[in-house]
Ligand binder design. Structure first.
Ligand code: NAD
Length: 355
């Protein structure tokens, strides 16, 4: 309980909706206080929809509201660093959507601003808050998989570029790798103990692009779609990441791929057992000399019900009560090193060493 924290949102497009829902689920702790968006029409609509009257088209103006405690930064990726650093320098706490930034330098400057101002910077690594992650982590922490030495993950869409700025490299920083790959790289890294990355080898492709003439059947859509959207990012990425622990992770992420249906597998391989997430958690091990496959007698597939609410509730708890975040800026910095090394490796066709 105690005093309610006052929260502002920078960027009130698609994903802000789930942040807003998360804050609204905590009426005792949070007052949704101000919105900012460079699109005036969207700003007015969202203000009216959610009963927020303090509306700004420039975040520097909004940051003059001294009484504001915390922000969600939900802009497109190229604006994350500017908005986050301005908010931290104004003495506010920030939950910044993934990916943390576009460049490694931006990510380091964001973390430095948080440290210098003694404020919280949480990164929107929402998969860390999933029901599936929680259960699998319990088995890992209990030692049931032994030493995990190899992992594979996919986040493959058959025809799923969200449009708008997502295909515009100057605003997104890249395609499915920085947008989707970031989720599964972070999830696996979190599950295996946040090891430091030491090298990356990657290939990217842009053979199919965003397939504007092919009917899309599902998937996330940006609220900023226009007729003039450009697509100058990769449509498929395949990446191998080596960590200082010797652990290796291979991931694939696509916006466009001739595959039967989308895939979101997470597979971990340990000395005592293996595990696979999606659709249900399965554990592969040995029992009494026989190979066994185990499933829990409950649903373990990723549920979106409460997923973002858990993330927001954790952020509010950290802001209000000084709880240590489980998705800190330092992990965002490491993720940006992996993503940028992957793009460099794809460009140079060589392994890239991370210092
Ligand atoms: N965690 C997840 O699963 C998830 C899902 C979707 C999107 N995202 C992330 O959320 C962010 C936004 O994505 P989206 O789908 O909501 O995009 P969107 O296009 O629907 O909305 C982005 C909004 O930001 C606004 N904006 C841009 N620059 C701004 C600035 N300087 N000041 C104020 N407003 C600004 C735009 O006008 C727009 O309204 C991205 O970083 C994306 O990667 C995360």
């Amino acid at each position: 309980m105690g005093k309610k924290i006052k929260v502002g949102i920078i960027g009130v497009g698609g994903i802000s909706g789930v942040h807003i829902r998360g804050y609204q689920a905590l009426p005792e702790d949070v007052e949704l206080y101000a919105f900012c968006d460079i699109d005036e029409k969207r700003l007015k609509e969202k203000g009216e929809k959610h009963g927020v009257t303090r509306l700004y088209t420039d975040y520097n103006e909004m940051l003059k509201l001294e009484e504001l405690d915390a922000f969600s930064v939900c802009t497109w990726n190229s604006e994350h660093a500017g908005a986050t650093i301005a908010a931290l320098n104004a003495g506010k706490n920030v939950l910044c959507e993934k990916p943390m930034s576009i460049t490694n330098e931006e990510a380091a400057a964001m973390k430095e601003a948080a440290d210098r101002n003694g404020k919280l910077l949480q990164i929107g690594f929402v998969r860390r808050f999933g029901n599936d992650c929680k259960i699998l982590k319990e088995f890992i922490d209990n030692g049931d998989l032994g030493d995990i030495y190899y992992a594979k993950a996919t986040y493959l869409r058959r025809n799923g570029c969200p449009g708008g700025w997502f295909g515009d490299k100057s605003r997104s920083g890249g395609g499915p790798l920085i947008d989707l790959g970031v989720h599964v790289i972070d999830l696996v890294r979190y599950l295996i103990g946040n090891p430091k990355p030491v090298s990356v080898y990657a290939a990217t492709f842009d053979k199919l692009k965003n397939r504007p003439d092919v009917v899309k059947n599902s998937g996330w859509r940006s609220e900023t779609i226009t007729e003039k959207d450009i697509f100058d990012v990769e449509d498929l990425a395949s990446v191998m990441i080596r960590f200082e622990t010797g652990q290796v992770l291979h991931i694939e992420a696509s916006f466009s791929l001739n595959i039967k249906k989308g895939q979101g597998d997470i597979e971990l391989f340990g000395t005592k057992g293996g595990a696979k997430l999606d659709p249900e958690l399965e554990i592969f091990s040995e029992w009494n000399r026989y190979m066994t496959n185990t499933q829990l007698d409950m649903s373990t597939s990723l549920s979106f019900d409460g997923l973002f609410e858990n993330e927001i509730a954790h952020y509010v708890d950290c802001v209000k009560n000084g709880t240590k975040t489980i998705a800190p800026a330092e992990d965002g910095v490491e993720l940006m090193k992996i993503l940028n090394a992957a793009y460099e490796s794809a460009r140079t066709q060589h392994e890239v060493i991370i210092k």
